[in-house]
Design a protein around this ligand. Sequence first.
Ligand code: SF4
Ligand code: SF4
Length: 203
Amino acid sequence: MFGVGLIKGLGVTLKHFIETYVDDIRWLGRGRYYNEESLKIRQGTQAKGVFTVQYPEEKLPVPEEFRYIPFLLYEIKEDGTHQDRCTSCGICAKVCPPQCIWIVRSNDPETGRPIPEPTDFFIDIDICMNCGLCAEYCPFDAIKMDHDYELAAYDRFEHHIFDKERLSKPVSYYASIRPRNYRIEEEARAEKEATKAAKRKEA
Ligand code: SF4
Ligand code: SF4
């Protein structure tokens, strides 16, 4: 009969509506919203009532391989100063499909010779298409894809052209958002160093 599907659909909506209140009572004192435990249940197969994510108070965790805007990594040296991993080689800018990376290279003020670190580094995040090629091709693990997707702003030119300061984050941040990747890279680095050391010994 014409309209049965519509009535069934409204019935499902009504069921969810009522179940939301029943579930609210069931969770009384524990908080059905805004905490990880309840979000997991509401996003699971046993969810009852409203199961939408109450964004921005609640957020779904993103998987490790999630990628948004790239960021630059720096090491923190023993004396507390920062050491950029980036050598301003320019490979990321070359491979970037929409060409949204600009690098300002450094030169030694006395000799004029290039210094392997950027004076500045810009990414136009409105043009970046989040492909991750810059991170894939960087030979120094100096640029990685970030998880931070809350970057909305009113003024594109003031807020969406990220400079080196805005792009730079410590290696520990990278390790926290991509622990598996970080571990694999560090193991590979340690292995390479060990091979080098062994070769030096032999020589
Ligand atoms: S981020 Fe990597 S690829 Fe890009 S300039 Fe720096 S070192 Fe080279
Ligand atoms: S993620 Fe892709 S588009 Fe964005 S800066 Fe890197 S290479 Fe360019």
